[in-house]
Design a protein around this ligand. Sequence first.
Ligand code: SAH
Length: 229
Amino acid sequence: MEVFNALTQMTPAAEPAIYVTLRLRMVDSQIRARGIEDERVLSAMSRVPRHEFTAGRYRDQAYEDYPLPIGEGQTISQPYIVALMLEALALTPSDRVLEIGTGSGYVTALLAELAAEIVSLERYAVLADEARGLLADLGHSNVKVIVGDGTFGFPPGAPYDAIIVSAAGPEVPRPLLAQLAEGGRMIIPVGSCDSQQLQLIRMRNGQPHTQWRELCRFVPLVAGGAIGS
Ligand code: SAH
């Protein structure tokens, strides 16, 4: 009953019950069953209405086990990879977080539930605008969505306790390392279009320490300015 109350309080009043059912099933069968144990991550994914972030005809596939198109040739990531990245970041409620690649805003909403302040960069103005509106509608007031090239990070907000990059490039952009706080964590896919691996980087005594993690497949991290205004 307590769980039920918590869910009904934290989801928008108009949310169809079927989405709650599908979401809890997604968390159990795709996330928990594959070894994600961080209760804060599991709880946030049980609450955030992913179907709001999968526009139009993909709405009913929001809780399936694969990425989906979100326009501009981009995708909302597979739920499991999102969980994996969030667990690796070990976020605390006081953390300040930089996200590169807002896309639909789904990960941004999860970050908003898990940390104190979020700065999120997206190079497509049209995606940033949509995400900004949706995040405001859902009541996330601790988020700033900015149109810009994330390979430069966002120096005015630095240093960050955590950085999450949702697009893959051949190497870790240096400005991002420079904007990671002492004790901070960054998760980023690195590699070519065909072959990528997550890197978890921890900043200790001013030095980045890298752990190579799971293989993955993300859209490209594209340097070179924003698109649209
Ligand atoms: N977390 C998002 C993932 C979106 S896909 C979601 O689940 O919806 C990755 C996003 O990164 C795309 O929207 C793409 O436009 C954006 N992106 C790629 N290169 C970028 C760059 N240099 N700066 C900012 N955003 C970038």
